[in-house]
Design a protein around this ligand. Structure first.
Ligand code: NAI
Length: 467
């Protein structure tokens, strides 16, 4: 896999196939293409050295090439061991862009690739100056490096993933002392893609441990109310079907969590004909689920009744070993939240595992009961399918590019806190996606605008409006 060049991918000969799919994706990503048009000449990212960690898919390839078209340099890795599309990675590598991503890479390779995207020339002290992150692993890697060098003790690993993280970080700290500290000092900011990564950033900011400003891309309305919802609406069932080919109609499917991803996931399963049950801890979301027509119960109650289980919470230990014990034979279990700790996969290590195909395992319990586990509990829409469609990712990634430009150009106007993009940019992202769908917007008259107290050109809602 290691080609001796500045990239690690599966197979460079897949680059042509990747390019063809990238060209199709471009026709479905009007937001990104409009930014190339608007800013191509101006080169607003000139000088930006962006360390990027985000699922290396075809859609991400269009994001990467947009960042480059705007003057940025990038080094890229996937933020999940199963989410890479190898032909997308090949197409990016063939452009001479450093990319480290292989579908099915090991955890050791995963952290090694994160390390490689921070290595902009450690031997001569060259560093990145921006991070584009999804889930916060890249940010965490650099921050831990700097914190250990400042005298803080590194945590003791409790699982395989943490072991790989700690081993890789220690190697870097020994090999290039001071390098990650210098990196963190050079970083002007991070733009973060997802709910889980954003949670990590808010926690860091609260503890005073965020050393640069962050833009929370997730909470742009045109991200979380579209990607998390409409994206999962398409990609959840896609993943289950590609993984199992199971008949959905009539099955009982449980969706744990009814946030944005849960709403899209429940709609996805309902659309496929499943009878959907929701579990929630939040009374507001539980009430929403009930009034959207779903039964809401505890997982203890639902576990023995259902055929398909999907976690969407961003929380840990949501499906426990006891829940899995009480499920029916051949229940299908998967997760679409960011990390695999939503399902207690570790507790299954002593069971009998049979790999049906990559990212689909049959796990047999001592009593002979079997369970189909998708993507070993990692996000199944990217592990078993190809993630969200291009169109919705265009909205997400247009926010990402605007956030990168903002932080690169105006970082000194920000404190070391977490910000969302201003509403006029959020509305701009939506606007860029209307033509493709033939949407014709109604214009406010002057009189109407002043009657409801907004500017004729927007923003049309207050920052508190929830959509
Ligand atoms: P959210 O905060 O809107 O929703 C999570 C919901 O889970 C909340 O309503 C919360 O009350 C509920 N919850 C928490 N603990 C629970 C428990 N023990 N049992 C039942 N419900 C529980 O977050 P969002 O935006 O829906 O994201 C969820 C996860 O999905 C995050 O990890 C996020 O990073 C990830 N994500 C994955 C995507 C994908 O393509 N696979 C796309 C976007 C986000």
């Amino acid at each position: 896999l290691d080609h001796g060049a500045d990239f690690i991918i599966r197979d460079l000969s897949e680059a042509d196939f990747g390019r063809k799919e990238i060209e199709i994706a471009e026709t479905e990503m009007p937001g990104l293409m409009a930014l190339r048009e608007e800013y191509g000449a101006e080169q607003p990212l000139k000088g930006a050295k962006i360390t990027g960690s985000l699922h290396m898919t075809i859609q991400t390839a269009v994001l990467i090439e947009t960042l480059v078209a705007l003057g940025g340099e990038v080094r890229w890795a996937s933020c999940n061991i199963y989410s890479t599309q190898d032909h997308a990675a090949a197409a990016i590598a063939s452009q001479g862009i450093p990319v480290f991503a292989v579908k099915g890479e090991t955890l050791e390779e995963y952290w090694d690739y994160i390390d490689r995207i921070f290595d902009w020339g450690a031997e001569n002290g060259e560093t990145c100056n921006m991070i584009l992150d999804d889930g916060g692993d890249a940010t965490m890697y650099a921050l831990w490096g700097a914190r250990v060098e400042a005298g803080e003790e590194l945590f003791t690993p409790t699982n395989e993933e943490e072991e790989a993280f700690v081993a890789t970080l220690k190697r870097r700290l020994e090999k290039s002392p001071g390098y990650l500290t210098k990196t963190v000092e050079a970083i002007r900011g991070v733009s973060e893609e997802t709910t889980t990564g954003v949670n990590r950033l808010y926690q860091l900011a609260k503890q005073g441990k965020l050393p640069f400003p962050a833009i929370n891309v997730n909470d742009s309305v045109t991200k979380s109310k579209f990607d998390n919802k409409y994206g999962c609406k398409e990609s959840l069932v896609d993943g289950i079907r590609r993984g199992t080919d199971v008949m959905m109609a009539g099955k009982v499917a449980v969706v744990c969590g009814y946030g944005d991803v849960g709403k899209g996931s429940a709609a996805s399963l309902r659309g496929a004909g499943a009878r959907v049950v929701v579990t929630e801890i939040d009374p507001i979301c539980a009430l929403q689920a009930a009034m959207d027509g779903f039964s809401v119960m505890t997982l203890e109650e639902a576990a023995p009744q259902a055929d398909i289980f999907v976690t969407t919470t961003g929380n840990k230990d949501v499906i426990t070993i006891d829940h899995m014990r009480s499920m029916k034979d051949m229940a299908i279990v998967g997760n679409i939240g960011h990390f695999d700790n939503e399902i207690q996969v570790g507790a299954l290590s002593n069971m009998k595992w049979t790999e049906i195909k990559p990212q689909v395992d049959m796990v047999e319990f001592p009593d002979g009961k079997r369970m189909i586990l998708l993507s070993k509990g990692r996000l199944l829409n990217l592990g078993n399918a190809t993630g969200h469609p291009s169109f919705v990712m265009s909205a997400s990634f247009t926010n990402q590019v605007l956030a990168q430009i903002e932080l690169w150009q105006r970082h000194e106007q920000y404190d070391n806190q977490v910000y969302v993009l201003p509403k006029h940019l959020d509305e701009k992202v939506a606007r860029l996606h209307l033509d493709k769908l033939g949407v014709k917007l109604t214009q406010l008259s002057d009189d109407q605008a002043s009657y409801i107290g907004v500017d004729q050109q927007g923003p049309f809602k207050s920052d508190e409006y929830r959509y």
